[in-house]
Design a protein around this ligand. Structure first.
Ligand code: TA6
Length: 279
């Protein structure tokens, strides 16, 4: 079943439910902000104090960072994480494949507004498959006459029971850029979170496993060899207007990305798909 809904302030989203799972996707940013399998806890974390208003990304779920990840390389006045998450996308199709799987397709095309921010013509297609496994596929098409480079991320916020009892398996011996110290380091063993973590792991070619207190979440990627792991911890969390002070305890971002050296160059008419497969 698919329902078209609005918050009181007119913020539009669609709610998809089938025999496997239920999901909510805002038209702004094609932003998946809820996903839960039947009989299980929500998979994605959503801030209790998130804004749901035009032009401000929802805090939680899976924001789409595109066509740059983080701060713009040369113009810090441009929005952090690009503009795709702040623009209104077009709902193309909801395909109820069967009772257990639904595919939602949303599109964002370059416009006079986007060309103000980034001077390339493009088409973005997001496909979200709501089933026992959640699949999120972001396809970029270069519709311009010149090549362009993108960095991007499916900035997934995962709900965890208690950050103190969590670890991420699968990053052992990979190198990462520590955005806090601006240093390159190597991961030794599993990743535990006991302070602010803001890391871009490079050359990751294997699935990751998020070990939560009472569940494990498997994260596979296609079209990506970089992973961002972020938890704001106490001090940074306290500075964020759309996160409660203790929110850091129940969330962890593990982001399927094309970041840093994993940036992607697209020639005219070329396409690239960044996919996260979460189960
Ligand atoms: O993905 C990690 C990160 O780049 C952090 O540095 C932090 O800024 C986070 O994204 C959230 O960014 P946002 O712009 O959504 O507040």
């Amino acid at each position: 079943m698919t329902e078209y809904k609005k918050f009181e302030n007119g913020f539009e989203y669609i709610e998809v439910s089938n025999k496997s799972a239920r999901a909510k996707i805002a038209l702004q940013g094609a932003h998946l902000f809820h996903y839960e399998c039947v009989g299980k806890k929500p998979l994605l974390w959503l801030s209790e104090t998130s804004f749901f208003k035009a032009g401000k990304a929802i805090r939680g779920g899976v924001p789409i960072c595109w066509p740059w990840f983080g701060e713009h390389k040369t113009d810090s006045s441009l929005p952090q994480h690009g503009f795709a998450r702040n623009f209104l996308w077009e709902l193309l199709e909801v395909n109820e494949t069967n009772e257990y799987s639904t595919e939602v397709r949303l599109q964002l095309k370059s416009s006079a507004e986007s060309l103000q921010l980034w001077s390339y013509r493009f088409e973005l297609l997001l496909r979200v498959t709501v089933a026992q496994t959640l699949t999120i596929a972001l396809t970029t098409k270069n519709c311009d006459k010149k090549a362009f480079e993108i960095t991007s991320a499916l900035h997934s916020y995962f709900a965890v029971a208690n950050i103190d009892n969590v670890y991420v398996e699968g990053l052992d011996t990979t190198t990462y850029f520590d955005a806090l110290t601006k240093e390159n380091k190597m991961q030794r063993g599993n990743l535990y979170i006991s302070k602010e973590v803001d890391r871009i792991y490079q050359k990751v070619h294997n699935p990751l496993t998020l070990h939560d207190q009472d569940r494990t979440v498997h994260i596979c990627a296609e079209g990506s060899s970089s992973v961002v792991v972020w938890n704001p911890w106490i001090d940074k969390c306290a500075t964020m207007s759309d996160m409660k002070d203790d929110a850091y305890k129940t969330m962890l971002c593990i982001e399927t990305a094309n970041a840093l050296d994993d940036a992607r160059m697209l020639t005219p008419d070329e396409e690239h798909t960044l996919t996260a497969i979460i189960s």
